[in-house]
Design a protein. Structure first.
Ligand SMILES: CC(C)(COP(=O)([O-])OP(=O)([O-])OC[C@H]1O[C@@H](n2cnc3c(N)ncnc32)[C@H](O)[C@@H]1OP(=O)([O-])[O-])[C@@H](O)C(=O)NCCC(=O)NCCSC(=O)C[C@@](C)(O)CC(=O)[O-]
Ligand SMILES: NC(=O)C1=CN([C@@H]2O[C@H](COP(=O)(O)OP(=O)(O)OC[C@H]3O[C@@H](n4cnc5c(N)ncnc54)[C@H](OP(=O)(O)O)[C@@H]3O)[C@@H](O)[C@H]2O)C=CC1
Length: 429
């Protein structure tokens, strides 16, 4: 892929933007014409995806530009309804690339399946029995998904926890078997569920209890991805704010989120502003990613900031984000939704690990975009200016009137629907 650094992309008409992306991807004739389909999701395909289909629900698809991650260029597809998010991600990616780009990594990618057993006559004995038969249980799981083994994946380990052992209620006492499976490039929910269901009868026999739930855990702590960036203050200068002031404002903002759940929820919403659009565009399950990310933010016992911002010895701003990433590049909707296929192609992604690394990098960029704005001019200046067009459309503006009314509202600093309606009436009289 050619460079994803395209200055002034947003000032060009949509058709020209598409051409620039196709050029960036270095696609040839046939591939080019098929790339941006006129009907993003045909009703017939939608009807096979979910139930009771009566239509489809399109979202704007934008491209996060300027991303350099582990020295590779990425044009990042982002499906989102909120203004200023894509601009902000591109803005920070531009700064970070001048500082050497994001460094991202991920370790093992194991998804977790849970089997709940209740009513064991002796929970400690039941635990020992399961652990004794670990290899056999792993084999049962793997036999339930032979194609995964052929790909080099499969269950790697299994362990057992006893919950509420000393409580009086038989409802609350339980034994939980965890299976840890490498699901290769799939998110793996269906795979894990298949394996957990296959192992359950044997678990019942071993524990002399009764199995109820057999399901994936979305707390994917064995599938973590992390991103970091190191930015010299000289790259952070914004208007009248020097780089050191911006850096310090970002660190103060982080400390606020680290200490106060009221702020942490909003701070983390800002991170998910970047993460969700990529997860959605690539056809992944954003509820799974959201649930895992917020739970991980509470792993210390108090809900806190997902990211960490600090200053290194040289005075650089250092950002870090580590999150569970239960995503895939195959399976689920990724192979069914034509736009998800397009998004993965645009990213030129080779594996689920690589996609996870891109996603956390975008989350980190998005977080800095919001904190930089909040710690300097305030969020309204950049965000509301871009939101103004949406307000104008909601008030009934069409065609050229959208830009005229948006600009008028920005000029008078009155970006609200009442004002937009007044202006629509004024201009259409
Ligand atoms: C909006 C900016 C980026 C302007 O910031 P700016 O400094 O005016 O940008 P610039 O004109 O210097 O442009 C720099 C680059 O940004 C990009 N860029 C710049 N403008 C556009 C545009 N119109 N469309 C697309 N891309 C744009 C573009 O890549 C451009 O490079 P160039 O192309 O010029 O070489 C900045 O004000 C900003 O980042 N604001 C924050 C916006 C934000 O965070 N929005 C999220 C919604 S608010 C929220 O939900 C979360 C929150 C805030 O509550 C979270 C929290 O509290 O932590
Ligand atoms: N709690 C949760 O989050 C839950 C989520 N879900 C949903 O489950 C779906 C994800 O489940 P998942 O199991 O990933 O999807 P699938 O059931 O689609 O399984 C993945 C498929 O990808 C195929 N595949 C092709 N190439 C590869 C490769 N390189 N690596 C791995 N698999 C490959 C496998 O084919 P083959 O058959 O040849 O092996 C397999 O059929 C999502 O839609 C999610 O919304 C469902 C239940 C619960």
């Amino acid at each position: 892929m050619k460079t994803s650094r395209i200055s002034g992309f947003y000032r060009k008409p949509v058709e020209e933007r598409k051409e620039l992306i196709l050029d960036m991807m270095e696609l040839n004739g046939g591939e080019r014409s098929a790339f941006f389909p006129t009907e993003p999701l045909e009703l017939e395909i939608a009807d096979h995806m979910v139930e009771n289909v009566v239509g489809t629900f399109p979202l704007p698809l934008g491209v996060g530009l300027n991303f350099l991650i582990n020295d590779k260029e990425y044009a990042v597809p982002m499906a989102i309804e909120e203004a200023s998010v894509i601009a902000s991600a591109s803005h920070i990616a531009k700064i970070v690339r001048d500082a050497g780009g994001f460094k991202a990594s991920s370790g093992e990618r194991l998804m977790i399946g849970q089997i709940q057993v209740v009513g064991c006559p002796d929970f400690e004995e039941a635990k020992a029995a399961v652990l004794n038969e670990k290899s056999e249980l792993i084999e049962i799981c793997n036999d339930a998904y032979p194609s995964l083994i052929q790909r080099g994946g499969g269950v790697r380990d299994l362990d057992v926890r006893i919950l509420n052992e000393h409580e009086d209620s038989d409802y609350s006492k339980m034994l939980i078997v965890h299976i840890y499976a490498d699901t290769c490039d799939a998110m793996g929910a269906n795979m894990i569920n298949t394996m957990a269901e296959a192992a359950a009868p044997r678990v019942e026999l071993l524990t002399k209890g009764k199995v109820y739930l057999r399901i994936l855990s979305n707390y994917a702590v064995k599938s973590l991805a992390r991103a970091t960036c190191i930015i010299p203050p000289s790259l952070l200068k914004t208007g009248d704010f020097d780089g050191e002031a911006v850096r310090d404002g970002v660190i103060h903002a982080y400390e606020f989120a680290a200490s106060d759940p009221f702020r942490a929820v909003t701070h983390n919403k800002g991170i998910m502003n970047g993460i969700d659009p990529v997860v959605i565009a690539t056809g992944n399950d954003w509820r799974a990613v959201e649930a895992g990310a917020h739970a991980y933010a509470a792993r210390s016992g108090q809900y806190s900031s997902m990211s960490v911002w600090s200053k290194d010895e040289a005075g650089n701003l250092v950002g870090e984000l580590e999150l569970p990433m239960s995503i895939g590049t195959v399976g689920g909707a990724t192979r069914v939704h034509p736009m998800a296929q397009m998004a993965l192609k645009m990213l030129d992604i080779k594996s689920a690990s690589e996609l996870a690394q891109v996603i956390v990098s975008v989350g980190l960029a998005q977080n800095l975009g919001a904190l930089k704005a909040l710690a300097t001019d305030g969020i309204q200046k950049g965000h509301m200016a871009l939101h103004a067009r949406s307000v104008a459309v909601a008030a009934g503006a069409t065609g050229e009137l959208i830009e005229i009314i948006a600009e008028k509202m920005i000029e008078t600093k009155e970006i609200r629907s009442g004002k937009a309606k007044e202006l629509v009436e004024e201009y259409t009289l």
